[in-house]
Design a protein around this ligand. Structure first.
Ligand code: NOJ
Length: 554
């Protein structure tokens, strides 16, 4: 394995055009961040009120999950109007105020664009339902005649991502395709009107000062359904080589080339990051400067707390970034997966930790199965390692508190369509979306003046911002210190492995001389020479204990 790894960018990352390359981006799930008006739902003024917190945390940008009008069939990823704010979350004026405050604090703003599907409440879909078969209104979506004498059977046996059928009848013999929930009809991206409208949306938010976009299901927009539809089994067996009917088609990049021209109309150019669950060797095109510019790499999120896995993933992704000309993106938690403080505390089950986490939740999420202390210790070590890497780091709200997953949400309180559409198979993602605890007591732990839209457990008090601010060794104070140091780390996107002679210890040096060393093993290891800048847990004299990362200046 090569010892020195670098991306194409060796300049310092401090220009206005390249702010994103090594940014620490904080993901806000708006409904669960801060509630300003006591209705139990987080909102944009709530975010504005917490800008000082974000500034003190030291993030470079925030990414907002959808805040658009939505019936919330999929937590806002069912958008009824792409150019407005959900009245429960505020107004466009509130958006402008929030954007202004963030920018004043030196924090950039990224918003989520959901182009694969709309909400069934979107005016286009309502028009499609009211219009006949073959109409222009239906041509914006994917309608097909049903099978059977009167179209009473679905066009194919395809299943949706959240379980259940992927086709829904509209009552006149036609069915529409929805890869996600029934309330999320897929758009037809062959339709020029659809294409044009999204350019308008990108300009709408760019004109309002948004700095970048996160693109939902970026690999799904372009579709080519043959007249004779394959079965689900046949579909699954088709190679995803650029010509699959649904996924990662080569022609999806024509769409992003058009978007890139829009991004480049602005100074600095607007940025974008693709959520594209594609084979690693097909990620680079999404990340190319002619395309979206950056693509999520979820590899660490899927890995175990294991030195060899981490090393391979880091090496591989820095190489991919070099090929695409982009920087890489590290993610340990987001709104779709079990929080990493919990994942790392689960007993090993020989499969990926994401599946392991899901299995744990499904089995009722019995707490004794989770070693919370170990989970948090490892989570802190993994985060400190992540923050030392070249590339951008995407952090998910609450991880800076070391917040564990909430497993025992009663069925009556659950919201995720994955739970309802797949009974007994998928418990859903509500456990990582529980409103944040800001205070150690009070209604909804300071989230708002009243309750929270998902129930918060009593132990949230221990993880509250208030409790952690008072504790010098808290996870919050670790993140603050790490992000502060990271901002000093402005350096070329390069690392050099330091051979430690141990397979369970990972160490590397950045061009400014800093060293990050992580002990993935079960015995303490000697620290390299140098001044310790920060460590994710207490050191043992000159030794690095298990599940701890240290940063040193050599
Ligand atoms: C990916 C989003 O992250 C997830 O939350 C959502 O359910 C699907 N895309 C569908 O929009």
């Amino acid at each position: 394995m090569t010892d020195v790894l670098e991306t194409a960018q060796t300049a310092r990352p401090d220009s206005a055009e390249s702010w994103w390359r090594q940014a620490a981006v904080y993901q806000i799930y708006p409904r669960s961040f801060a509630d300003s008006n006591g209705d139990g739902i987080g909102d944009l003024p709530g975010i504005t009120s917490r800008v000082p917190y974000l500034k003190q945390l030291g993030v470079d940008a925030v990414w907002l999950s959808p805040f658009y009008p939505s019936e919330l069939a999929d937590g806002g990823y069912d958008v009824a109007d792409y150019r407005d704010v959900d009245p429960r979350l505020g107004t466009l004026e509130d958006f402008d105020r929030m954007s202004e405050e963030l920018h004043r604090a030196g924090i950039r703003l990224i918003v989520d664009i959901v182009p694969n599907h709309t909400s069934d409440r979107h005016v286009w879909f309502q028009e499609a339902l009211a219009s006949p078969k073959g109409s222009a209104a239906r041509a914006r979506y994917i309608f097909r005649d049903g099978k059977g004498e009167n179209g009473e059977l679905p066009p194919s046996d395809w299943t949706s991502a959240f379980g259940g059928p992927a086709w829904h009848p509209v009552g006149d013999g036609q069915w529409y395709f929805h890869f996600f929930a029934t309330e999320q009809p897929d758009l037809n991206w062959d339709n020029p009107e659809v294409r044009e409208d999204f350019l308008t949306t990108l300009r709408f938010w760019s004109d309002r000062g948004v700095d970048g976009f996160r693109i939902d299901v970026a690999h799904g927009l372009a579709k080519k359904l043959p007249d004779e539809l394959p079965s689900q089994a046949e579909l699954d067996a088709l190679p995803k080589d650029g010509d699959h009917p649904l996924w990662d088609r080569d022609d999806v990049h024509d769409i992003y080339a058009e978007w890139r021209r829009v991004f480049n109309e602005y100074t600095p150019a607007r940025t974008a990051v693709a959520e594209a669950w594609v084979a690693a060797d097909r990620r680079a095109r999404y990340a190319s400067p002619e395309g979206l510019g950056q693509a999520f790499n979820f590899d660490l999120l899927e890995a175990d707390f294991d030195a060899a896995q981490f090393r391979n993933i880091i090496a591989f992704n820095l190489e991919l970034a070099r090929e695409s000309g982009s920087s890489t993106t590290w993610v340990l938690s987001n709104h779709d997966v079990v929080r990493h403080a919990t994942r790392y505390g689960l007993p090993p089950r020989g499969d990926s930790t994401v599946k392991q986490g899901a299995a744990w939740l499904l089995s009722g999420g019995a707490e004794p199965e989770v070693d919370r202390e170990l989970g948090l210790r490892r989570a802190r070590a993994a985060t400190l390692l992540e923050l030392a890497l070249p590339g951008s780091a995407y952090l998910y709200q609450g991880e800076e508190l070391g917040l564990p997953e909430v497993a025992d949400i009663p069925a009556a309180d659950r919201q995720d369509p994955a739970f309802f559409r797949n009974p007994g198979v998928d418990i859903g993602r509500d456990g990582c979306r529980v409103p944040l605890p800001w205070a150690a007591g009070g209604a909804s732990f300071g989230f708002g003046a009243a309750g929270a839209h998902l129930p918060q457990p009593a132990w949230f008090a221990d993880y509250s911002v208030e409790a952690e601010e008072a504790d010098a060794d808290s996870t919050l104070n670790l993140y603050r210190r790490a992000l502060e140091l990271r901002s000093e780390l402005e350096t070329e996107e390069r690392l050099e492995w330091i051979e430690t002679g141990r397979g369970d210890v990972l160490a590397f040096r950045r061009p400014n001389g800093w060293i990050s060393i992580t002990n993935f093993g079960s015995a303490a290891v000697a620290l390299p020479e140098g001044e310790v800048l920060l460590s994710s847990g207490a050191l043992d004299g000159e030794a690095l204990p298990p599940a701890v990362t240290a940063w040193l200046r050599a």
